[in-house]
Write a protein that binds this ligand. Sequence first.
Ligand SMILES: NC(=O)c1ccc[n+]([C@@H]2O[C@H](COP(=O)([O-])OP(=O)(O)OC[C@H]3O[C@@H](n4cnc5c(N)ncnc54)[C@H](OP(=O)(O)O)[C@@H]3O)[C@@H](O)[C@H]2O)c1
Length: 225
Amino acid sequence: MRIALIGYGKMGKLLDQLAPSQGMEVAGRYDVGDALTAEQFRAVDVALDFTTPSAALENLPRLVALGLDLVVGTTGWQEQLKPLQTLVKRHNTGFVYGSNFSIGVNVFYRVAAEAARLLRDRAEYDPWIHEIHHKMKLDAPSGTALKLRDVLAAEYGGREINISSSRAGTISGTHTVGFDSEADTITLTHTARSRVGFALGALYAAKWIHGKKDFYEFSEVLFGK
Ligand SMILES: NC(=O)c1ccc[n+]([C@@H]2O[C@H](COP(=O)([O-])OP(=O)(O)OC[C@H]3O[C@@H](n4cnc5c(N)ncnc54)[C@H](OP(=O)(O)O)[C@@H]3O)[C@@H](O)[C@H]2O)c1
């Protein structure tokens, strides 16, 4: 399988390093300022995008229009999800996006949902979310924290869910979901130890989406629609 990397930052370089171990050849590497033309992607099966929110908003419609299957890890652009979904349907391509390509985090979403379900009728427990990442991360709250909020909200309906973010040093990403009552506190924490989990998940998604049509969130790749 031949892949192209859109964005050659920390994630792009790691994908480049790990792709051969997953049986993939990196056929193109594109960074800021590189033109993305049909010619460059003729021999590419799937493109993986790990750039910036503004770059993704500009590049993704163009890449879909070229008929490319895509895996998108960039976060912070998802207010444009609906128009992009329409575009993917129109061009009949495959598209996987995810705020977090770690398999552990996707299990964590499910565990958090189950905790929220168990506490749904326990008004004495207030939920909250905290996330901390390295100081270079552009978006806050993280896409993962926003997804956790959606996961909890789906169980809770109208209850307010407080989210806080910190940015410091080189931390790869820690997310905590908590429930606090007068009597006690429950905390669930996921700590990413490195970026390798994200990269392997994204490469797995690339293999999975190749030749498929439609629009998927990464957890649907792992657990079904
Ligand atoms: N879903 C997940 O599992 C997951 C995991 C980790 C990270 N992420 C997300 O993935 C994105 C990238 O993360 P990262 O840590 O790799 O960041 P990074 O090291 O800053 O890399 C981003 C790269 O994209 C390049 N870029 C900027 N504009 C571009 C454009 N128009 N076309 C092509 N490339 C462009 C940047 O170039 P310059 O440096 O020259 O601007 C940089 O090399 C972020 O949104 C982050 O939140 C997602």
